[in-house]
Design a protein around this ligand. Structure first.
Ligand SMILES: C[S@@+](CC[C@H](N)C(=O)[O-])C[C@H]1O[C@@H](n2cnc3c(N)ncnc32)[C@H](O)[C@@H]1O
Length: 299
């Protein structure tokens, strides 16, 4: 299995500025790269609550932190988690959203069009819905909407039409079959593979990624101590937009109809602009599209 190289680690530590004895939640703990650094920084009197929805990641985390008694590891979807009951108030919340290298690189997980595998794409292997179900059972219109909304794919209708035409003969089973249908229907070629946006869209739909992020963004502020920090790394514009909007709302005071402040902003921005992986983590290809944003609770 290929190792996961965590992105923007030193910048994450810089914006979260962990202190000895503090508690943190890493809700996408993956292979524990960021969590290790945070644990080291909070020391043995600190505590880490680690979550991930992927069984393989949970197994790897359990092994990695087997000798630490200041860590708890829970398999959960951060979008479905009842945050306030899942952990006590914490001083830092961290999320590094998206897929890990071991997920993408395992052909049997079906995330990648460049490797032959089943149309799966589930981060949580216990979930029912797979990419196969969407591709082979959803209506042409629903498939087109998914490709357009989650992949910003302009050829969404053409691709959906080609998928539905093809599946009338026999189900579409593999990543390569689907990539081939997409390539053929768009007639596109170039540096970026024509199936890139559609695969991203299907992955987002299978895993309910945007809904999970929206739910989590609502709950995070309530689980944070005064002075606590939230840092989120996102990998595409749809996610980054949600983070940017939620953080902006947290950092904006409430005003009455006359423009008078009725309650001050609860947070301040730690990052005025997103910290870009393309500028600060140039040796890690996974970091190319990464954006890190952080806020601090002041009220
Ligand atoms: C980019 S990796 C995180 C890597 C991690 N920071 C590290 O250093 O190893 C993203 C992880 O988030 C997990 N994930 C994505 N969405 C999730 C969700 N809604 N709930 C819980 N885990 C999620 C994935 O399973 C994956 O392991």
């Amino acid at each position: 299995m290929k190792r996961h190289t965590p992105v923007l680690v030193s910048k994450t530590i810089e914006v979260l500025h962990p202190q000895l004895g503090e508690r943190f939640a890493d809700v996408t703990a993956g292979y524990g790269g960021h969590a290790s650094e945070l644990l080291q920084a909070v020391g043995t009197n600190g505590y880490g609550y680690l979550f991930d929805k992927d069984t393989a990641a949970i197994n790897a985390l359990t092994k990695k932190f087997s000798t630490c008694n200041n860590v708890s590891i829970t398999q959960a979807d951060f979008g479905k988690l009842d945050w306030e009951n899942a952990m006590p108030e914490v001083d830092m919340i961290f999320a590094d959203i998206g897929v890990s290298s071991p997920q993408i690189d395992a052909p049997e997980r079906g995330f990648s069009f460049s490797q032959l595998g089943p149309l799966d794409m589930r981060m949580n292997q216990g979930q029912d819905l797979t990419a196969y179900d969407i591709v082979n059972a959803y209506s042409q219109r629903d498939i087109a909407d998914i490709l357009y909304q989650y992949g910003e794919e302009r050829a969404s209708r053409k691709i959906a039409q080609a998928i539905v035409d093809k599946r009338q003969n026999s189900p579409i089973e593999t990543t390569h079959e689907l990539a081939e249908i997409i390539t053929h229907s768009t007639g596109k070629s170039g540096k970026i593979h024509p199936a890139t946006k559609s695969f991203q869209a299907l992955r987002i739909a299978v895993n309910g990624e945007l809904e999970a992020l929206k739910n989590a963004l609502q709950q995070m502020p309530n689980c944070l101590s005064l002075g606590g920090r939230i840092a989120i790394i996102s990998f595409h514009s749809l996610e980054d937009r949600l983070v940017k909007q939620a953080f902006k709302a947290l950092c904006t005071p409430t005003r009455d109809g006359f423009g008078q402040i009725v309650s001050p902003a609860k947070f301040i921005a730690v990052t005025k602009k997103p910290i870009k992986g393309s500028e600060f983590d140039v040796n890690n290809p996974r970091a190319r599209s990464a954006k890190l944003r952080a806020v601090e609770k002041i009220n």
